[in-house]
Design a protein around this ligand. Sequence first.
Ligand code: ZN
Length: 251
Amino acid sequence: MRILIISDIHANLEALEACLRSAPAYDRVFNLGDIVGYGANPNEVIDRARALGELFVRGNHDKACTDLISLEDFNPVAGMAVLWTRNQLTPHNLEFLRQLPAGPVAPLDGMQCVHGSPRDEDEYVLFARDAFSILTNAEHPLIFFGHTHVQGGFWIDADSGQQGMIEPGYESREGTQQSTLALANSGRYMINPGSVGQPRDGDPRAAFALYDSEARTVTFHRVPYEIAAAQEKIFRAGLPERLAIRLEEGR
Ligand code: ZN
């Protein structure tokens, strides 16, 4: 089975459409959350995401936009985007966000999907020591996570005890590119497909991944998209300017 893994779309319709245009053939779509927040097309992106996929976990922005959590943990810019998004959402889409399940969910044998981490849906797994402690105790050898907006991840080898980081190797930051990781049978992995709509790993191109369960590979993808169009919508919506500027920085 070939599974398109997408995360952190953040209401960026241009980035989502670009990813879907360049995605190879797939059988299912797993969505790791933060469908909305930051970007200017929350309803359009929810409509598109609902039509695509049957498997979701909720993100912190999805929760915040439905009043499920307070905004105390959000910085002022993110908080303003949440309030703007709440006002835009149709009742139908608000209800959709409200019923999204908390991670982890385990849709396939040996695989888990989370927004943050298996132990806390809001945890940022940015550092190897956190990832290795999660992987050492993991119930499933393959965990897909989002939340950090950094494509790549972490691995440990259950037999040899070796461990390392996963950093997709691209020839350049131009054009559409992909990078394939072969999964070892004795390996345990935490893999982040990257953020569709607001990358923060220094590469402004939209990110996603494709997991092929028969070939035992994960292919990371980066796709250019019309950043200027997404920025223009953010400016026009009256959202904080920083949310537009960071798109071209990939930060
Ligand atoms: Zn996010």
